[in-house]
Ligand binder design. Sequence first.
Ligand code: ATP
Length: 307
Amino acid sequence: MGEARPDRSAERRRLVLNPVSGGADHAETVRRLAAIHQFPVVETERGGHGVELAKAAAADSVDLLAVCGGDGTLHEVVEGLAAVDALDAVTVCVIPAGTENIVAGDLGIETLGEGFEVADSGETRRLDLGVANDEPFVMSAIAGLPADVSEAATADLKERFGSVAFLIGGLREGFSFDGLEVTIDASGGSAETAWTGEAIAVLVGNLRRLGKNGGRADAEDGLLAVEIIERMPPGEAVREAIEQRFLDRDTPHVRALRTTRLAVDPLGAEPIRFSLDGELREFETVEFGVLPDALRLRVGPEYRPEG
Ligand SMILES: Nc1ncnc2c1ncn2[C@@H]1O[C@H](COP(=O)(O)OP(=O)(O)OP(=O)(O)O)[C@@H](O)[C@H]1O
């Protein structure tokens, strides 16, 4: 029985494929599915190439751009579209083939097949983007323990253990972590906050579960969900961080707020490292903001903005 396919004659499609994300075993299947779903494929050849391929897609008037890889590949594509001011002209869809695929999971897209289904017929919504100075991010910006955790999860660990690698890395790092001496200034949200001290982690969420106090960051509310995890004795720190992040419990050393603007200044001479959607960046000083409704994204049927 032949199923009626949507009329795509008016739509210019393209797929950016990262062939080495995740376990690097998806490329063949993706090329086959892409042919069935009428997506011409371009492939990333090195780190940062996704930015260039996204700019080229915008220049070629692509209006539906699928991204197949992990959160890092999506990050690069969004960065490229933003750089040429094409976020409004291009609708993005996500085909999950990374290690974590946190964004895809938040959009209700779990498999390659679901990714292509949503690309074909999912609802298009407008999601906020976060920005760190000038660089956009889809999901989150994280400094401190969890950022070190992502770095500590080596490619080998990731390959063997997938998501668990982040937890293993965290437990390793937890014993040697020095803390972040910072001044944090938030304005334009539920409460003005000025805070100076030593933090274990600063989490700035746009689309991501951040624990009970911050709730799931809502990518359609025009706000960033921020959590500041204060310095505390090491035993308590590891326990509270784990309770907060994995068990959804209230803990005493965590401040949660929602804001449109957040400035973070390190007190010492060292720059501060943030992981933007899993990609590490260093900042002398950083100001976070929101671009409301900036990203046109196809979402799965289970997607709920507030999680
Ligand atoms: N051909 C390539 N060779 C080497 N590295 C590449 C190539 N193409 C892209 N990359 C890099 O691969 C990295 C990993 O991609 P990505 O973050 O999407 O997947 P992941 O880390 O497996 O998944 P996730 O971020 O969801 O956990 C990115 O930093 C990207 O720049």
